[in-house]
Design a protein around this ligand. Structure first.
Ligand SMILES: Cc1cc2nc3c(=O)[nH]c(=O)nc-3n(C[C@H](O)[C@H](O)[C@H](O)COP(=O)(O)OP(=O)(O)OC[C@H]3O[C@@H](n4cnc5c(N)ncnc54)[C@H](O)[C@@H]3O)c2cc1C
Length: 417
């Protein structure tokens, strides 16, 4: 490396994946120049607290940063923050930036993340309708969460529900409108959905399932005053949070002619079709050897794992992405931890009881453990992570028997039938 000419690696995007990549490159003593271009004014930060303790006012802004800006700069990395990459010229290996400057690259990593899915229903641009994706969004929502106000949350996914838990604790009246028949339907099974329905209802949140929204009513001065329902009627609101998912940020890649399909297409080494360009994090539809099909995932674990894979690829190592995804959510005093993907399971096994406030659901396909959702039961998550990673066959009676220690399964031989 010492005799080789220095190249320039540019990272577009300043989120979790970009931050993890900078750190890993530093740990690996990457010898090339690295420039990060991030549209937001902040150094790479964690978004999970934006709907959890940061929204609740229990964490300050600096605590969100993955590292202080100076740590990256002291390592010799350049951060160009508050600047957007506007266009990639793949023939000349240049990037045009929003400040009208041009950057030259030898290697490029796209870490552009995702943006919130916006509603286009009538009244969707009224004041008082919030979305939650960045620090400024969380700040402006927190200001509105004062006792006695009526907050209507459109979408019963994990972000909407985390906000509901924070808001009700502050004395806000909270209604959650979910179009599906159960909460967090996209990511979890019915037992977990039912548990969180009971938890939120018990805390005083008005949770309405099978409830589709058609638009928003205007009150005075252009502010929202209610949310209209497909079933007829209106739910009065002082504040609305729309939390109906995210869309991968692929516009830059698409305009540059890189193949995209609900995410920038990358292989298990995070490589796009262009040998000079990698892509990582929420913006990708990626190959993970762990799955048969390509995936698009929105999680910190995926952002970090792909960043590590990209760092290895940049260093010339061949280390494919091959690990199960994992995720967590905090609501009230409950910590939900999930590993694997539970879609396509053919059996669910319960350990513990929702009434005891700790339990786990194990998802099996053809007797192989493919996913675990654990509620206040970290051991089930930790053991599950190992067993899912090993694609282990496990007897359902063992998983459900509280007298058999879960930890003993890790060292136990594979079930043969
Ligand atoms: C409120 C909230 C709560 C969450 N909670 C959890 C949780 O509990 N657990 C979990 O695992 N995950 C959670 N997530 C998801 C997790 O934060 C994301 O999966 C993760 O941040 C993805 O990292 P990323 O770097 O791919 O994208 P992002 O973090 O979205 O970063 C992308 C960055 O790129 C910038 N960018 C985009 N285009 C350009 C451009 N052209 N030029 C310059 N910059 C650009 C964007 O401004 C952004 O800063 C949560 C997300 C949110 C919003």
């Amino acid at each position: 490396m010492a005799n080789k000419q220095k190249e320039t690696t540019v990272i577009i995007g300043g989120g979790h994946a970009a931050g993890a990549l900078l750190t890993t490159l530093q740990q690996k003593n990457y010898q090339h120049e690295v420039i990060l271009v991030g549209e937001e004014p902040h150094p790479p930060y964690q978004r999970p607290p934006l709907s959890k303790n940061y929204l609740a006012g229990e964490a300050d802004q600096e605590s969100l940063y993955l590292k202080p800006r100076s740590v990256y700069e002291n390592a010799g990395h350049h951060l160009r923050l508050g600047v957007r990459a506007e266009q990639i010229d793949r023939d000349n290996k240049t990037i045009r930036l929003s400040d009208q400057s041009t950057l030259k690259y030898d290697r490029l990593v796209l870490a552009t993340g995702s943006h919130v899915r916006r509603l286009t229903a009538p009244g969707a641009d009224l004041k008082g309708i919030h979305y939650l994706h960045d620090i400024a969004d969380s700040d402006s929502l927190r200001e509105q969460l004062v006792p006695g106000k009526r907050l209507v949350i459109v979408g019963g996914g994990y972000i909407g529900l985390e906000v509901a838990a924070s808001a009700i604790k502050k004395g806000v009246h909270v209604t959650v409108l979910e179009a599906a028949e159960r909460l967090m339907q996209r990511v979890t099974g019915p037992e977990i959905s039912a548990f969180f329905y009971a938890k939120h209802s018990g805390a005083g949140v008005d949770v309405r399932l099978n409830t589709a929204v058609t638009g928003f009513e205007a009150g005075g001065q252009g502010y929202v005053s209610g949310v209209t329902l497909a079933s007829g009627g209106t739910v009065p609101a002082d504040i609305v949070l729309v939390s109906v998912g995210v869309v991968p940020e692929t516009a830059l890649a698409e305009a540059a002619g890189l193949p995209c399909d609900d995410g920038i297409i990358v292989d298990e080494f995070t490589r796009t079709e262009d040998p000079a360009i990698l892509a990582i994090g929420d913006c990708t539809r990626h190959r993970n050897l762990f799955f048969e099909k390509t995936q698009r995932l929105e999680s910190v674990a995926n952002a970090v794992d792909q960043a590590r894979t990209a760092a290895a690829t940049l260093m010339g190592e061949k280390k494919p992405y091959d690990s199960p995804p994992w995720f967590w959510s905090n609501q009230y005093d409950v910590r939900l931890q999930m590993v694997g993907l539970s879609q396509n399971h053919d059996q669910r096994v319960l350990r513990g009881s929702p009434e005891d406030k700790w339990f786990a659901v194990f998802y099996l396909r053809e007797s192989h453990l493919i996913a675990v959702d654990a509620v206040n039961l970290p051991v089930a998550f930790m053991v599950g992570k190992t067993l899912v990673q090993q694609r282990r066959k496990v007897h359902s009676e063992i998983l459900s028997d509280p007298d058999i220690e879960l930890k003993s399964l890790v060292s136990a031989p594979q079930t043969s039938s």
